[in-house]
Design a protein around this ligand. Sequence first.
Ligand SMILES: *[C@@H]1O[C@H](CO)[C@@H](O)[C@H](O)[C@H]1NC(C)=O
Ligand SMILES: *[C@@H]1O[C@H](CO)[C@@H](O)[C@H](O)[C@H]1NC(C)=O
Ligand SMILES: *[C@@H]1O[C@H](CO)[C@@H](O)[C@H](O)[C@H]1NC(C)=O
Ligand SMILES: *[C@@H]1O[C@H](CO)[C@@H](O)[C@H](O)[C@H]1NC(C)=O
Ligand SMILES: *[C@@H]1O[C@H](CO)[C@@H](O)[C@H](O)[C@H]1NC(C)=O
Ligand SMILES: *[C@@H]1O[C@H](CO)[C@@H](O)[C@H](O)[C@H]1NC(C)=O
Ligand SMILES: *[C@@H]1O[C@H](CO)[C@@H](O)[C@H](O)[C@H]1NC(C)=O
Ligand SMILES: *[C@@H]1O[C@H](CO)[C@@H](O)[C@H](O)[C@H]1NC(C)=O
Ligand SMILES: *[C@@H]1O[C@H](CO)[C@@H](O)[C@H](O)[C@H]1NC(C)=O
Length: 630
Amino acid sequence: MWCLELLIPLLLIINANCQWNIWLPRDISAMTNSCVVIPCSFMYPSGIRPARGVHGIWYFGQPYPQLFPPVVFKSLTDVVHESYKGRTKLLGDLNQRNCTLLIGNVGTEHSGRYYFRADIGGANKYSYPDYAELKVLDQPNIDIPEEIVSDESLELTCYAPDNCPDMTPEIQWMYTDYLPDPVFSAEYTEESNTAVISNTLTFTPRPMHNGQLLGCRVYFPNTTLVYERLISLDVKYSPRSVWVNVSSEVMEGSSVTLHCEVDSNPSPRVAWLFEGQEVLWDTASNISISLDDVTPENEGIYTCVGDNGYGMMNTSLYLAVKYPPREPVVNDSMTVVQGSSLALHCNTMGSPAPTLTWLKDGELAGSITAGELSVLEIMDITPQQTGQYRCLAENEHGRTSASLNITVEYAPVFLEESKCTVVREGVQCVCVAVGNPEPTIEFYLPDLNITINETDGRFNFYTHTDGHTSTAMIKLREKGERADNNGPAVNVHCSMYNIYGRESVLLELQQEKKYMMAVIVGTIGGVAVIAFIIAAVRYVGQNNKKENGNPRQDVVLENPALYYSAVKKDKQNLRKKVGEDGDYQPVGSVAGLERQELNYASLEFIGARPREGASGRGDDGSNYTEIKAK
Ligand SMILES: *[C@@H]1O[C@H](CO)[C@@H](O)[C@H](O)[C@H]1NC(C)=O
Ligand SMILES: *[C@@H]1O[C@H](CO)[C@@H](O)[C@H](O)[C@H]1NC(C)=O
Ligand SMILES: *[C@@H]1O[C@H](CO)[C@@H](O)[C@H](O)[C@H]1NC(C)=O
Ligand SMILES: *[C@@H]1O[C@H](CO)[C@@H](O)[C@H](O)[C@H]1NC(C)=O
Ligand SMILES: *[C@@H]1O[C@H](CO)[C@@H](O)[C@H](O)[C@H]1NC(C)=O
Ligand SMILES: *[C@@H]1O[C@H](CO)[C@@H](O)[C@H](O)[C@H]1NC(C)=O
Ligand SMILES: *[C@@H]1O[C@H](CO)[C@@H](O)[C@H](O)[C@H]1NC(C)=O
Ligand SMILES: *[C@@H]1O[C@H](CO)[C@@H](O)[C@H](O)[C@H]1NC(C)=O
Ligand SMILES: *[C@@H]1O[C@H](CO)[C@@H](O)[C@H](O)[C@H]1NC(C)=O
């Protein structure tokens, strides 16, 4: 009856015969220096009648006395193991089959298994194999989830055993001031006659809480017993910031280090990408990429990507590589025909974008542009646009240029200097033309049906070309006639040509008043002068006859060198003007033309004709003065 009464409420195996049985908590815990009560009830076969009352022994570690386990408590005597002296007390009444044991002032050395042995009397002694395992804790337990993830609600529970009747622990969370909206909930749970109190802290951790300390403090009020446990939060979070250098500029040829730091937990797989292509990676919180001797090819977007399985993030920077302009590429030198239109291209590269300037023979041509291509358009090109075209590229790091030459070709153009002039002995005709290629000049005398060109050695034909200017001259003398007031009747055509065209003009005969004046002045000038002139003319005439030796010819082509020789005898200073060698200087460039005109001057002088202060010929003026004095 007794037996059944007890069994049924405990829901244990119903054994009508009530065999040896014990009920105690398998696990029980206590804080160090506090106490613990191990609740215990036991049964023995109902047939046994205890003679001298029921006794019992609590052993530590082993249930069997043969193995001499430490005695925790013994009801017959108070002989207990040293480490339990004064600490243990049986709270239960063995006669009531209540073996509840109190252990006071427990230490960690008391952790272990506790066995009960009943002694009903005589041979009825029995060691129950079941045991209560005591854990003596010097700090509270905290339940921490295996993984704490940022931004996900987190529950941390701190536990403390509450198995000491005189003292009830309390739990406090520590270092929670910085937590966002922490919620605390205390709980009391009892199971198998053992009690545990707990306090659950609920909050949502952020990346900033990674590595921060949290603590649980268990204490028994009105005692000095305090137990603390500190934990460091390991909050996993996806990369929340990827720091890279700000976009920067570097000079070509220099070295640069790009640094990336990723804030994440755990450390990410961090990689540098250049223009989308991965160039370097590591599993670390930071990664640096070093570029030595950077080139413009290194310019572009660098992206650092951090990925730690909880998420990924990237940040980019732009690396600009500065360099002086490259030597421009321009068109090749070219030869074009007047009137063509061209587009000259100048290509370069530089950073920052260079300014491109087109210069023609050093002078600005066209507009200044910024960029890598400048096109100079030339419409309807003229001969004056022949020249050297230079494209100048410059930026703050340097300047460079490239040039090309443009040559414009054009049909001959007749210049106004072309004319026939009456000189004392006849007519001198000069024909000047420009053209590219330089024109070829011929004279045509329609009255005589003669064409005179440079290959025709019979005539006093002088030609000279300088650059694109061609000058040709012939001298004609009408046989037996002096140029007089009426003037000679000359009909001279000048014909000039190159591959682009031919032009013919009738050379105008300049019947200058100057010439008439010269005759008058010469007459007044004096017999000596006239005599000299006559002598000179005779001399010239003789020479001409010798050279030309063709008396039948109606027109005698004279050699100006002879005229010059005549003058040379009389006027030494004039010689210097004409040339040291005293020879006739071929008609040529502008300078040559002037020389030729000096020869005219000498001829005119022969004709005793004064000059009317022709510009730039002051020296000639003084010559006249001298002559007049003669
Ligand atoms: C055993 O004794 C303890 C202490 O006196 C008491 O608290 C407990 O209720 C008893 N157990 C039973 C089953 O009577
Ligand atoms: C602690 O002691 C004070 C008086 O000293 C008492 O008022 C209080 O109830 C005690 N608290 C506990 C939990 O025993
Ligand atoms: C990038 O940052 C790192 C670390 O701050 C520095 O050593 C490096 O010189 C920086 N690079 C550039 C290009 O600014
Ligand atoms: C970069 O990472 C290495 C290891 O991954 C670490 O030792 C070092 O301190 C880090 N440097 C910085 C500036 O974070
Ligand atoms: C960088 O992040 C943006 C979104 O933030 C994403 O669209 C892009 O694909 C990422 N780039 C790389 C290289 O991961
Ligand atoms: C100059 O070169 C550019 C490109 O090379 C070309 O398009 C252009 O026609 C050239 N100009 C001339 C006048 O040849
Ligand atoms: C252009 O002509 C000049 C002489 O007039 C010469 O020195 C230069 O080399 C020429 N340039 C090119 C590109 O042919
Ligand atoms: C001019 O002379 C050429 C030969 O030199 C001759 O063929 C041509 O018929 C002549 N013309 C005239 C108009 O006399
Ligand atoms: C000069 O004229 C002659 C015929 O009068 C001709 O054969 C020769 O080719 C001409 N020379 C030139 C350079 O035109």
